[in-house]
Design a protein. Structure first.
Length: 357
């Protein structure tokens, strides 16, 4: 089966969903049980379904919004270090500096191309996760000033400051979880996100969606058990979230050769450009059940890493927000479709999307 992309580059980024719906839910639902702070864990343990849902919002809802909204958020799901000619461990953490140093320079992944938009061509995965961490910690004073509900009516009052603060914290924790999950997916840490540059075209959705769907019913319990055994990792050490996210992505990047080596292909993919059209023929692969046998340890391990790291970030954000009392929250309000959160770390230049040009 072949697909045509008009006037595009064969290896241009596309909308990708790390782990699919099941995988993101597993990561965030498992993380609930890995939180160390007793008060926060007690609050979250009654809401694993809610956190799993929130962790999927950037894929299942935000990407369905009009292009004028979704276009700015799509590149925040990945990092393409090859575009800058850097390894993950060497990527600067100051996004404004990256934009200043690389905007207009040669795109090291696409021959004869320039970096027209750092946000679009390189991505901003770590900074998006960090944004939600900051949204939580930045409400410390507001949380401290909010009084718990005094009666049944106040418990269900969505405009009560306390209810608003708890709800916002819960939503931001869940949204942050999506991007931590993305960082655990090796193909979200490379410009060759779908494998076409290496003859593995179509690998992205096969690995994260089809193969994960073929996993057994006990996937979540296996992820949890493996995650709880993770005691030492550079990204578990105290420090700024961006530094820890970089260390976390470096582990994902290191798995790329193994991921390609295990790909159960029957025939390699093809990609070429003819008369301004990018022509792609994905690789032929064995059934996802075969893929699960090959990727079982990698997928379970990556989801476990994400779940453990996410729980640690939740703990740290909660502590930095003053460890607010959550026991008074009784609201039935459910975050079906949280509003899109605009990216707050881009300069006007880095926020321009080359896809729109």
């Amino acid at each position: 089966m072949c697909c045509l992309l008009l006037f595009g580059n064969v290896f241009s980024p596309t909308i990708a969903q790390a782990w699919g719906g099941r995988g993101h839910h597993v990561i965030c639902s498992s993380a609930v049980h890995l939180v160390q702070n007793e008060n926060l864990r007690r609050f979250l343990q009654g809401r694993p379904h809610t956190m799993g849902h929130l962790c999927n919002i950037p894929d299942i809802y935000w990407k369905s919004l009009p292009p004028s909204v979704s276009r700015s958020g799509d590149p925040a799901h990945f990092l393409d270090p090859e575009v800058l000619g850097l390894k993950v461990k060497n990527i600067p953490l100051d996004y404004a500096k990256i934009e200043k140093d690389f905007l207009g320079r040669d795109n090291r992944f696409k021959p004869a191309a320039k970096i027209f938009s750092v946000a679009d061509d390189f991505g901003s995965l770590w900074w998006r996760a960090d944004q939600f961490f900051r949204l939580i910690t930045g409400r410390k004073d507001a949380f401290a000033a909010a009084k718990t509900p005094q009666n049944r009516k106040e418990e269900q009052d969505d405009k009560l400051p306390y209810n608003q603060e708890v709800y916002a914290m819960m939503v931001n924790m869940g949204l942050m979880g999506h991007f931590v999950g993305d960082a655990a997916q090796p193909l979200h840490n490379t410009a060759d996100y779908d494998g076409y540059a290496s003859g593995h075209g179509g690998l992205h959705s096969y690995f994260e969606e089809a193969v994960v769907s073929a996993a057994p019913a006990n996937l979540e319990s296996r992820v949890y058990e493996e995650a709880r055994r993770i005691r030492k990792a550079p990204w578990l050490k105290p420090g700024p979230p961006l530094e820890r996210l970089r260390a976390f992505s470096a582990e994902s990047e290191a798995e790329l050769p193994q991921l390609l080596g295990k790909d159960p292909i029957k025939r390699k993919s093809e990609a070429r450009v003819e008369k301004g059209m990018a022509i792609k023929t994905p690789a032929e692969r064995h059934d996802p059940s075969i893929g699960w046998k090959r990727y079982e340890r990698m997928i379970t391990g990556d989801m476990a890493r994400a779940s453990r790291f996410l729980a640690a970030l939740w703990d740290d954000a909660y502590a930095a927000a003053g460890k607010p009392d959550l026991s008074g929250y009784r609201s039935y309000r459910y975050p079906f479709t949280p509003d899109f959160v605009p990216l707050d770390y881009l300069t006007p230049a880095s926020g321009e999307t080359s896809k729109a040009q």
